[in-house]
Ligand binder design. Structure first.
Ligand SMILES: Cc1cc2nc3c(=O)[nH]c(=O)nc-3n(C[C@H](O)[C@H](O)[C@H](O)COP(=O)(O)OP(=O)(O)OC[C@H]3O[C@@H](n4cnc5c(N)ncnc54)[C@H](O)[C@@H]3O)c2cc1C
Length: 323
C-alpha cells in the first residue's frame, strides 16, 4: 500500500468520521473533465462539517481548496495539494420573514443552482428564472456573482453566511458582499460560503416558466452545451475608444463581448491538443477528448496574444485555475 503523506496522515487521524478520500481523481467531478487528484478530498453535506473542516485546516495549517459544482474551474493536471472540500450542503427553507413584499429563502452553498431556482418557482417566487440554466451550485454562483446577460445573481441576495479561513462564522449583508460583474468580495477575503439568503418577490408560475424557456432556448442556441467545458473562459472586456470606433453595435455598452472579439480575430476552432476554441461560442474552450490543463493554458496564451495584437485588449480569465 502507498504510504500516506503528512497531510493525509493528520486527516486520517482526526477526520476519519467524515470519510476522507486520498489521491482522489477530480476530473470526473468537473464539467471540463480535466484535472489530477486531490491529496485529500472531502464531500461535505452538512454546514457544521464544513465549519469543522475549515477550522481544522486553519489549526493544522493545511492548504484548503473549495469546490461547489466544479463548472467554472480548470484543475491542474498535477492535481491539488492539501485538502479539497466540496460544499454539498443542500438545505432549502422558505422563511416566514418578509421584507416588504419580498419573501426570504435560505439555501445551502451545495444546492444545485438549477434545482434551487426551480424550488423558488414552485414556492410561487419570481426573479431567479434566468439562472435556472447556470450549471454548478449556489456557492460557486455567489462567489463569482453568476450572470445571465445583464442580470446578476447578487442583485437577489439578501445576505450570505460564511466561515472565514480563520474559522469565524458570520453573516455578510448584500452590500458587504460587494457584488459586481463576475466578482464579489469573496475573491479577496477567500471566505467559505456556507449558505445564502435571497429576497424574492411573489411570482407567477406560468410567467416564470416562460422566462425559463426563453433563457433555455437562448443558451441552447448560443452555447456548446453537449461538450465538456468550464463555460466562458474569458470575461467580457471593458469597452475602449478603439473598440467603440470599430464596432458601433457595442458602442453604447460598458463591455464588449470577449466571444465577439475572439471570433473577429479569426480564432474559432483554434486548437491545442484536445482543447479547442468552440465553433459555437468563441469565449468557450471545449475539451474534445483527453484535454489537459497545460493545453488549456497554452490555448489561452495564444488567444490572449492574438486579441491583444488585433484590438489592444487584455482578456481576463473568468474561470479559476486551481492547483
Ligand atoms: C455550459 C456552461 C454554461 C455556463 N453558463 C453560465 C452563465 O450563463 N452564467 C454564469 O455566470 N456562469 C456560467 N457558467 C459558469 C459556471 O457554471 C458558473 O460560474 C457557476 O455559478 C459556478 O458554480 P460552481 O458551483 O460550479 O463553482 P465551482 O466551479 O465549484 O467554483 C468556482 C469558484 O468558486 C469558488 N467556490 C465554490 N464554492 C465555494 C464556496 N462554497 N465558498 C467559497 N468559494 C467557493 C471555487 O473555489 C472557485 O474559485 C457556465 C458554465 C458552463 C460549463
Amino acid at each position: 500500500m502507498q504510504q500516506l503523506t503528512k497531510t493525509q496522515t493528520v486527516v486520517a487521524e482526526h477526520l476519519a468520521k467524515l470519510k476522507p478520500e486520498f489521491d482522489y481523481p477530480l476530473a470526473p467531478l468537473t464539467y471540463f473533465k480535466i484535472g489530477g487528484p486531490a491529496e485529500v478530498f472531502l464531500d461535505l453535506t452538512g454546514r457544521e462539517e464544513i465549519i469543522e473542516v475549515v477550522q481544522f485546516c486553519h489549526k493544522q495549517k493545511l492548504k484548503l481548496t473549495v469546490l461547489s459544482g466544479a463548472s467554472n474551474v480548470v484543475i491542474s493536471s498535477d492535481g491539488i495539494e492539501g485538502v479539497v472540500i466540496r460544499t454539498a450542503n443542500e438545505e432549502y427553507q422558505l422563511l416566514p420573514d418578509k421584507i416588504g413584499d419580498q419573501r426570504l429563502v435560505v439555501v445551502g452553498a451545495g444546492y444545485k443552482t438549477g434545482l434551487f431556482v426551480r424550488q423558488t418557482i414552485d414556492d410561487g417566487l419570481g426573479g431567479l428564472e434566468y439562472f435556472l440554466g447556470v450549471p454548478g451550485r449556489v456557492g460557486g454562483a455567489i462567489y463569482n456573482n453568476a450572470h445571465y446577460l445583464s442580470d446578476l445573481i447578487g442583485k437577489h441576495v439578501h445576505r450570505v453566511e460564511v466561515v472565514t479561513r480563520a474559522g469565524e462564522v458570520k453573516w455578510l449583508t448584500q452590500e458587504e458582499c460587494q457584488f459586481a460583474y463576475d466578482s464579489s468580495v469573496f475573491h479577496s477575503t477567500d471566505d467559505i460560503i456556507l449558505q445564502a439568503e435571497f429576497a424574492l418577490f411573489p411570482g407567477n408560475k406560468e410567467k416564470s416558466m416562460e422566462l425559463v424557456k426563453e433563457a433555455t432556448l437562448y443558451r441552447a442556441k448560443t452555447q456548446p452545451l453537449g461538450e465538456p467545458s468550464s463555460g466562458c473562459y474569458f470575461r467580457n472586456s471593458s469597452n475602449t475608444p478603439l473598440l467603440k470606433a470599430r464596432f458601433a453595435q457595442y458602442a453604447e455598452r460598458r463591455e464588449c463581448p470577449s466571444a465577439f472579439l475572439i471570433d473577429q480575430a479569426g480564432l474559432k476552432g483554434t486548437r491545442v491538443g484536445d482543447i479547442e476554441v468552440s465553433q459555437k461560442h468563441a469565449a468557450f474552450f471545449v475539451n474534445k477528448g483527453q484535454g489537459t490543463s497545460e493545453q488549456v493554458l497554452e490555448l489561452a496564451k495564444i488567444v490572449k496574444k492574438r486579441v491583444h495584437e488585433e484590438f489592444g485588449v487584455e482578456l481576463q480569465e473568468e474561470v479559476f485555475f486551481l492547483e
